[in-house]
Every structure is written in structure tokens, then in C-alpha cells.
Design a protein around this ligand. Structure first.
Ligand SMILES: [Cu+2]
Length: 539
């Protein structure tokens, strides 16, 4: 019998680890970036912006590499051929209410030398800031910050102002900046006296429904002198009073290069819970699988240990999915520094398909596999607080990588920079199991803008079957986290023939203004999401 006619039963069927309806499936995209995508953002125009400035390569200093745009519609990638005056490598960023990306800080100088042979700290921070306009697809320079910031976190607040926290400053003594600065489109940057605190580099920050800025106990502090790890307990800033409430260290406190995410905020109570997982101690020692949840809706919030991941991960990403599950991907166990020693590799991976020649120096695309890199991905199920191992990636994602939810319900993984000048430029896209479970509901038509505190209707031929509706924030990410990733469930008020009516929460701290993906689900299977702009009635 010719193999083409072989009955299905004669072949081994898909096992639990290969059945896409159970574990999903990864696919490497046909095109790849030219430059290292240290920073990525999902734009409401259906493109992913990727940029890395000098991309951790001092050879590029003085001529940072251009940003690139990956089109979700046709998979093409093009450069934004617009040189910037400053180096946005290791900047902070967040999307604004109008869909522009605010980028601030970055690299002012590589490899500072304090004394002969002593390099400390290795970087100093840029004061510049930029806005990327997704419609014009151009950068516009914004006013400078008062302080340089290398590894800052930017967080958008309910009024569309942005706070920049932490970062190494421009000049000696390069202290980790304790003063936050606030950005407003109308007035640029000013120091914010209500937000003073020593925070580690790239503090994982989340805006709570109560309007507080919550520091979730993970960071990227390679250099904690003169501060000890114990100086950075989990804490929450009341923006009105300027007071920080501290909640102590996580149960496993060494969380460098770990990740945090605000879990799904769902009606009626929209309880705020933050998930913390992965990380380790500086240099990649003590990688952990430990996972903890803090419930910010209770009187005395505290970290509660839950089931650990199957893999310890130093560098990893958490991506909120439309069915409330959290996908964790990437990272590695073992030391942070990876030697690109052929003897330590387990066979070369196929390099990416033919395309434009990569432009940066050093090894490109198709990097060999580091045996310490974790290819298996894991899904956290919030209903029983258990992890499920799902389909493995084929491309390593370690330092300077990224991951974003896409409006079609898939997840994009980008970047990886195991050592200077060695750049992973392939993109790999995950289709979760829910895309292999039958017909997806369809949103035929939705409003382009909705208002806080008002209901709206969207058209769907599947209206009667829709049992879950959620807004997921279009977000930007770098260095293992995103301050703006957010899942806000909507109450279904009415389902009629071909139409669903839902309620938009009134509270802009719960639902900060900006672009969201509107997902409708039936039995956990999501639609493709149109972008919807959430506005406050008076903005
Ligand atoms: Cu970095």
C-alpha cells in the first residue's frame, strides 16, 4: 500500500505532547528581522514595531540600527529608515491612549570605566524620549527627561500620563534613580515628587484598579550595589498621597530576570491578582520555577506560593491569552553568560529561509541551541492554579527576547541575544490549543471607539453562542515583562439575533485608555479580535 493511502490507524497518532488541540503548535515565520528586536510593541494598525538601537553591540555605537515593522496582514518586514539621535537600546516604553508608543531612556554610553580595568557600571542612561506614530510610521522626538535612565520602567496611568521609574543615570555616580518623572503629552517631562523610591532596574510595575502602582518583586538588577536585594520588597504606591505600602519580599526573593503579569481582571469584582514566576540571582545562578500569586483585593496582601513550573527559567515571558490562561515561554537554566562554543551546542539549527542579508555584524538568525535554554512552554490555568506543559518552541528565547499576544489569538516570540553581537532574528508564532478546537466565533462588526462606563454592541453571527467577552490591551514589551499587558473581562448584558451587548467598566484605573483587542469566546475558543479604542468621555 502506498504511504499516501495508508489508513490513519497505521500511523502513530499524535501523542499528548504533539496533538495541537491539546498543546498548540509553534511555527517559525517565513521572514526574519534584520536587527535584534530588543523591544517590541503591538500597534493598532496591525503591525508589530521592533527596535533595539545599537542592540547590545558597541560596534553600532553612534549609528543605531533602524526600527522594523512586521505586518500581521502579509508577514512582510520593513525597516523604518529614520536615524535617531540617541540610542534607544534598553529604554522603557508604553503605548499612549492615542496609540503612539512613548519610548524614554536607553543607552548613553557603553562600558564605562571607573578605574583602570574596572568597568562599573557598564552602561549609563539616555535622557532622550521619542514617540512612534503607528499611522505615519515615523518617530518624533519628545522633550528630554531630567535624568538619564538605562533600564527604566514606564507605566501609563489612568489619565494617560506616564511615570518613568528607576534606571542608571547619565553620569557618575550612576545611582539607580530614586525619583520618578511624569510625562504628559501637553507638557513633556517633570519630576514627580509623589513617587520617590529606590527601585531596582526594570522594576516590574502594574497599575492596580485602585489606581496604585504596584512593584511586583521582580527586576533586572545586575548591579545592586549599593543596595541589597532586601531593599526592594514588593510595594504599592498610592499616587495621591505618595505613600508606599510594602508587602515584603516574595517567598522566593531572588527574581532577577523573572516575569510578572496582572492576571485576568474579570467581572463582577475585578479582583487584582499578580502572578510572579521564574528568575534567579544575578548572573543566572539559582534559576527558579517557583510561582507565587498576590491578591491585591484583600486587606493585607501577601505572596502565596502555588504550583511551580516544570522548568526553572532565568529570562522568561508571560503572555495573557484571551481564555484567561497565562503562557510562559523562553528562558534558560544555568549561568547567564552563554559561551557560543560549538562544543557546548547540541547541533546547529537550520538557518532561516533565504531573505535579505542581515545587516548587523556577528552571527545572525538560526543560532544553535543552547542546551540550557528551555524550549518547552507552559500554560498556567488560573481556575485550578496548575501548570500544563505545552508544545515546545524550536528557537531559543533568552536575553533580549520578547513575546506578544496577537489579535488573531496567536503569540509572537522574538529576539534573543545570548552574547554581544550574536542575534536571533527569527520570529516564531504559537497557535494555542484553542485554535484547533472547532469553529471560531466571528465578530462581524464592532465600534472603533467605546467609552468608560457605557455599554456597546458588536455584531456577530455567533451571538447566541458567545459566553465570554474581553478586552486585552495591545502592549509593548522588553526584558521579560510588560507594564501594560492587561485582560479586562466585560459583562455580557444582552444577546440578541446577531448582536451582543456588553458593559465597559467605568474605572479608568481598571481599564486605562488606549487600544485593546476585543475578543469574543465560545467555550474557550476566541474570535479574531478587532482593535477598539477605549476612551474616557471627556478625553
Ligand atoms: Cu538589556
Amino acid at each position: 500500500m502506498a504511504s499516501a493511502e495508508m489508513p490513519a490507524g497505521a500511523m502513530p497518532g499524535p501523542g499528548p505532547m504533539t496533538d495541537p488541540a491539546k498543546v498548540g503548535r509553534w511555527e517559525v515565520a517565513p521572514n526574519q528581522f534584520r536587527n535584534l528586536p530588543v523591544h517590541t510593541a503591538l500597534l493598532h494598525t496591525g503591525k508589530v514595531l521592533a527596535f533595539g538601537g545599537t542592540g547590545n553591540d558597541p560596534a553600532n555605537f553612534g549609528h543605531p540600527r533602524p526600527a522594523e515593522l512586521f505586518s500581521l496582514a502579509d508577514g512582510s518586514i520593513r525597516s523604518v529608515d529614520q536615524p535617531l539621535a540617541g540610542d534607544v537600546f534598553c529604554s522603557g516604553h508604553t503605548l499612549l491612549a492615542d496609540g503612539r508608543l512613548l519610548v524614554a531612556g536607553g543607552t548613553y554610553k557603553y562600558d564605562n570605566t571607573l578605574a583602570a580595568g574596572v568597568s562599573f557600571p557598564p552602561f549609563s542612561g539616555l535622557r532622550q524620549s521619542y514617540l512612534f506614530d503607528p499611522v505615519a510610521e515615523r518617530w518624533v522626538r519628545s522633550p528630554d527627561m531630567a535624568d538619564g535612565r538605562w533600564y527604566p520602567s514606564l507605566i501609563q496611568l489612568a489619565d494617560d500620563s506616564v511615570l518613568a521609574f528607576a534606571g542608571l543615570t547619565e553620569n557618575f555616580p550612576w545611582v539607580i534613580e530614586s525619583r520618578a518623572e511624569r510625562f504628559e503629552l501637553a507638557g513633556g517631562w517633570r519630576r514627580d515628587p509623589s513617587a520617590v523610591k529606590w527601585l531596582p532596574l526594570y522594576p516590574r510595575l502594574h497599575l492596580t484598579p485602585e489606581g496604585e502602582v504596584f512593584y511586583a518583586g521582580s527586576y533586572n538588577t545586575h548591579y545592586i550595589f549599593p543596595f541589597s536585594l532586601n531593599s526592594f520588597p514588593t510595594a504599592s504606591l498610592d499616587l495621591k498621597s505618595g505613600d508606599w505600602r510594602t508587602f515584603g519580599l516574595p517567598n522566593v526573593a531572588k527574581r532577577e530576570e523573572g516575569t510578572t503579569v496582572m492576571m485576568a481582571l474579570t467581572p463582577p469584582d475585578y479582583r487584582a491578582r499578580v502572578l510572579l514566576t521564574g528568575g534567579g540571582s544575578p548572573g543566572g545562578k539559582d534559576p527558579t520555577a517557583a510561582t507565587e500569586i498576590i491578591d491585591l483585593s484583600v486587606g493585607s496582601p501577601h505572596w502565596r506560593s502555588v504550583m511551580p513550573m516544570a522548568n526553572a527559567r532565568y529570562y522568561c515571558y508571560a503572555v495573557m491569552l484571551p481564555n484567561e490562561h497565562v503562557l510562559v515561554l523562553g528562558g534558560k537554566k544555568g549561568e547567564r553568560r552563554m559561551v557560543m562554543d560549538p562544543k557546548s551546542m547540541t547541533g546547529a539549527q537550520p538557518s532561516g529561509p533565504a531573505g535579505p542579508m542581515p545587516a548587523m555584524g556577528g552571527a545572525q538568525g538560526g543560532l544553535p541551541h543552547d542546551p540550557n535554554a528551555i524550549l518547552d512552554c507552559e500554560l498556567f490555568h488560573p481556575e485550578d492554579e496548575e501548570w500544563q506543559t505545552v508544545a515546545p518552541m524550536t528557537v531559543n528565547r533568552v536575553y533580549h527576547s520578547g513575546a506578544l499576544l496577537l489579535p488573531d489569538g496567536r503569540v509572537l516570540a522574538t529576539g534573543s541575544n545570548p552574547m554581544r553581537g550574536t542575534n536571533e532574528t527569527r520570529l516564531e508564532i504559537y497557535s494555542p490549543a484553542y485554535l484547533f478546537k472547532g469553529t471560531r466565533p466571528v465578530i462581524a462588526e464592532a465600534p472603533s471607539e467605546v467609552l468608560h462606563g457605557q455599554s456597546f454592541k458588536f455584531a456577530s453571527p455567533d451571538a447566541a453562542r458567545i459566553d465570554q467577552v474581553a478586552l486585552l490591551r495591545a502592549s509593548s514589551t522588553t526584558h521579560c515583562f510588560s507594564t501594560e499587558q492587561r485582560y479586562v473581562g466585560l459583562t455580557i448584558l444582552e444577546k440578541s439575533d446577531g448582536e451582543v451587548t456588553v458593559d465597559v467598566p467605568k474605572n479608568p484605573n481598571l481599564l486605562p485608555p488606549g487600544y485593546y483587542m476585543l475578543f469574543a469566546l465560545t467555550g474557550g475558543v476566541p474570535s479574531v479580535a478587532p482593535f477598539v479604542r477605549v476612551r474616557t468621555a471627556c478625553d
